[in-house]
Design a binder for this molecule. Structure first.
Ligand SMILES: [Zn+2]
Ligand SMILES: [Zn+2]
Length: 348
């Protein structure tokens, strides 16, 4: 089904009210608890407009839907779960993308709304003397878009076996002679640890490096997944299953797990690992959605994608330098030097 939530007061489209567990009508301000909306749906009452998913293939793996709001075509790729009708702007949810094995078990809702995200992007540039002036324009800020990124949260018991050559040193002084004795110990060391909620983004579109900068999210804020949290945001279903990513995640985590275990070998002057074995046991992977604000800034024919953690506002990305302003700065510095040299020339 394709779904749009409607305001019972004025009939406008309702969106998730960031930082709460409610939907809000941006038109009249009325709010409704998400639990209440879900309960109403469950008892068979409609809370909005529902369209059938008569998905026609639009070529290139794209699917076409009819907007239940205005009847226009909504063309999405096969991963999109929440989007906007490009004709009437209605926040539109495609339910089959979050059904069955694609239904997230939990979600981290956005903590602050688009307006707050825009302000955070603006203040992030600081005094921003070299930031292109167009960055803070309304046209650019309108492009700020909230997306729920599909994530796997892996949890494991880790067992680490280490064989190490460890040393202890003693020094003895007799007159001017100092004798240093080094004793070697063969140490067999085993540790058991528990790793919870190791995040890995399961979307091809989001760059892993940027997501790694935004992580970790605050997983204590996870709630049971409910569809209304997606309304007014973009959302995607996972492209990679927990099994497909498992090997990568374990191999990236293993060095940290090993280091942590080595750190627990104490009482020696040196620890030299000869052999080690890291085993991940009782692996579980939970499918969740995490909140990210994005802004793709175009400047000088290039794209500068920016990403913001939707909980704590941490940003990853690089802004271009304004060409005009850099020239001004250079020209200004040159003038100061020139004046100084004139001045010096005058004095001496
Ligand atoms: Zn309303
Ligand atoms: Zn529409």
């Amino acid at each position: 089904m394709v779904r749009i939530y409607k305001c019972p007061g004025c009939g406008s489209e309702m969106i998730y009210d960031a930082g709460t567990d409610r939907l809000i009508c941006p038109h009249c301000g009325q709010t409704r608890a998400i639990d209440e909306v879900e309960a109403q749906e469950a008892s068979g009452y409609s809370t909005g407009l529902i369209g059938q998913e008569t998905a026609d293939n639009a070529g290139d793996g794209m699917k076409e839907y009819k907007c239940p709001g205005c009847g226009a075509s909504i063309v999405t790729d096969e991963f999109t779960a929440a989007t906007f009708c490009s004709f009437c702007g209605s926040p539109t949810l495609i339910e089959s993308r979050v059904d069955g094995k694609f239904r997230p078990s939990r979600i981290l809702p956005f903590k602050f709304d688009k307006k707050a995200a825009q302000e955070k992007f603006k203040t992030w540039t600081g005094t921003g003397f070299l930031t292109p002036a167009s960055f803070k324009s309304q046209a650019v800020m309108d492009k700020v878009s909230g997306i729920y990124v599909p994530y796997w949260l892996y949890s494991y018991d880790a067992r680490v076996d280490i064989a190490a050559d460890c040393t202890r040193e003693f020094s003895q002084r007799e007159g001017n002679l100092e004798t240093i004795t080094t004793e070697h110990y063969r140490v067999n060391h085993t540790t058991h640890g528990r790793y919870e909620n190791v995040p890995y983004d399961a979307s091809e579109k989001m760059p892993d490096e940027s997501m790694a900068v935004l992580e970790p999210f605050d997983y204590s804020d996870l709630r049971d997944f409910k569809l209304p949290y997606l309304s007014g945001y973009m959302a995607e279903k996972y492209q990679y299953s927990a099994d497909e990513l498992g090997e990568t995640v374990r191999s990236e985590l293993a060095p940290d797990v090993l280091n942590a275990s080595v750190g627990t070998i104490r009482g020696y002057a040196s620890v030299n690992v000869i052999d080690s074995d890291v085993k991940f046991l009782n692996e579980t992977a939970e499918y969740v959605m995490c909140p990210v604000w994005t802004l793709n800034f175009k400047y000088g024919g290039k794209n500068y994608p920016l990403y913001m953690n939707g909980q704590d506002g941490k940003i990853d990305g690089v802004l271009p330098r304004s060409k005009g302003k850099t020239f001004l700065l250079f020209a200004g510095a040159f003038t100061v030097c020139f004046l100084l040299s004139l001045l010096m020339g005058g004095i001496f």
